[in-house]
Write a protein of this length. Sequence first.
Length: 560
Amino acid sequence: MSNHIHALTKQVFTFVSELYAYGVREVVISPGSRSTPMAIAIEAHPKMKSWIHPDERSAAFFAMGLMKGSERPVAILCTSGSAAANYTPAISESQLSHLPLVVLTSDRPHELRGIGAPQAINQNNMFANFVQYQFDFPIAEGNDDEDYMTSTVKFQLQKASQYLYGPHRGPIHFNLPFREPLTPDVEKVEWLTSETKILPHYQKTTSLNEISSIVNKRKGIIIVGDMQHQDVDQILTFATIHDMPILADPLSQLRREHHPNVITTYDLLYRAGLEVEVDFIIRVGKPVISKKLNQWLKATDAFQILVQNNDYPDAFPIPPHVSYELSANDFFRQLSDATTVERKQWLQKWQSLEKHAQAEVKDYLRTATDEAVYVSNVLYKLTSQDALFVSNSMPIRDVDNLFMDCEAEVYANRGANGIDGVVSTALGMAVHKNITLLIGDLAFYHDMNGLLMSKLNDINLNIILLNNDGGGIFSYLPQKEAAESYFERLFGTPTGLNFEHTALLYDFAFDRFESIESFKYTELSKFGAHIYEIMTHREDNRKQHLKLYKKLSDIINVTL
């Protein structure tokens, strides 16, 4: 074995062994030549699971789904050049969602950079705006001290591991230049180890004395966003003992508990004109989906207490407020003795609003024919054993408004809130959970390449495709009225695609529905890959939603 091959093999086999030691169990590989050393090392590792995906953009989102489903860091690997640039959307989403994506980009050796060599771009620091840590590795040279390269690999992975766990969790990037020949010695598999390291544990404890006088006031609410898989039992215990209403985002998973203090209709109530004065607000986790609630949070003078296990940027840094970087359970456990004020009437007012609003929504759904009634029926079909992955734009907003009685888990990509990579993320989650994907036609079109993973790997997935032939959410924005003559071309963006052909291309079963009566009694498939296309109309959908908001404004006037 040449000195070069020996050094290359030692480098990549050590690298993959260290990835495993720090908790990486799955790697999504996009095939290419320059990534050969790492790809072979990953494939040769006896306990590492590899996934092959030829489209780098979809591959990175598939890895995000694997992370959401397994709650472990996942790595992605690609060749040099523009292949790496296609990772950018998923890396930016991972950063904002605090997901530990390990990005491995293969590169040309340093002497081929910046001289016009094929398939070479500047990959050093290329994701600087979106990663927590980055390092451009040296070349594994045959005449180098073997211990130097081994120690460099171990040191860099140890240094970066702090971003795979804990409050500053997020994506990391390693750029790996390789010189030809690129094939490591596959006979040296004994260099691949399956040892594990003691993973870092983070917990920051903070005295809550400074807010004890604030939380002893009567009019307080708890607002809970995406909890990133945290336990929530202490939130419910605290709210029960102290009669606190909880405005729970569907991504918080709190709505599944059907707790009497949980309020689900707040977005509809605020849309309908609800005005509330409160003394303090405890905000837990990430910002909620509801635009109306977020606007109210930005405008209110109430004292805001932020409780975040991860270091999320505050969307509304308006004083007076205070932040605590610790788990929700630890916060509410410490706070439990700090408040004794009587709040029964305050809670009952919220519960009365919730009861009336839910009744109006359910009455509306009895005769509705818009997308809301289909979304409601999808939620009805799901059980506590299911998980719903929801696309951005209108689907996530409908789920926010209609998730009342369902027991399924709900997930979405709410970091950058884009429609790219939704199919791939859902498929990655479907490896670990029973996933149903709810998605609109434009988001579906945007990631049709991602469907290949289901065909190649027999991944079960039900896709509920809401097809209103365009971007339905834009119908609710001022552009609809202010620029009506330009609206359809610039914002409506109809495509006229027949998605039955897509189903045939990727071996999905396919059904199309044009009425709620035909869909209502359809059972979702338990196995295999299935697309349920639902044909809807954008303008009719908008008008019926506005009708619901008007009904709710009437009950607010009566209830308050």
